[in-house]
Design a protein around this ligand. Structure first.
Ligand code: MG
Length: 180
């Protein structure tokens, strides 16, 4: 059961994913959660760091596609400054939104990675779509989109994952690949 929540990699921050590492793993598109993964929920304009990272990926020809459970209005407002494609109301932990993104942009499962800050939604949806995943630390500790109960459950699942898979550790990048 807990294996369904196991991320392929754990990297502190999405900005740590470099084009070289992504390409080395055959990744042509990064599917990413929005809130607390790409941007802080209370800073919808993002940071210079985010813009820099998006530019690097664009130059390398790697697509970034937002897959968010939020409403069209909220996601549209958040991604507008960056001109990113997105799927809204993705219904994670269901696989619907991820599958839809693969179909719409003609991507193979092996060509994408899902990045998110929540095991219960982002990582579970990736695993059940059979695509690789990166768990990142939430940009902000508190957030508006998750209940305290969910956060507690996340902690419990993480504790169990780390007990079961001692090799699962926070990495600097994708180079030190964990066994899946
Ligand atoms: Mg999130």
């Amino acid at each position: 059961m807990v294996s369904g929540f196991k991320p392929t990699w754990m990297v502190t921050n999405i900005y740590d994913l470099t084009p070289a590492q992504l390409k080395a793993n055959g990744i042509k598109a990064v599917l990413t959660d929005l809130d607390n993964t790409l941007i802080a929920w209370n800073n919808p304009d993002g940071t210079p760091e985010l813009r820099h990272w998006l530019t690097l990926l664009e130059l390398a020809g790697i697509q970034v596609i937002v897959v968010s459970n939020n409403s069209r209005k909220r996601v549209d407002r958040a991604v507008a400054p960056f001109d990113l494609p997105y799927i809204h109301r993705a219904l994670k932990p269901l696989t619907w939104g991820l599958k839809r993104a693969l179909r719409r942009w003609h991507l193979q499962k092996s060509e994408v990675v899902m990045v998110g800050d929540q095991l219960l939604t982002d990582i579970w949806a990736a695993n059940h779509s059979r695509i690789r995943s990166v768990l990142v630390r939430p940009i902000l500790k508190s957030d508006a989109w998750i209940t305290k109960g969910n956060r507690l459950l996340e902690k419990g699942v993480m504790w169990e994952l780390r007990r079961r898979y001692p090799e699962l550790t926070w990495q600097e990048d994708l180079n030190e690949r964990t066994t899946h």
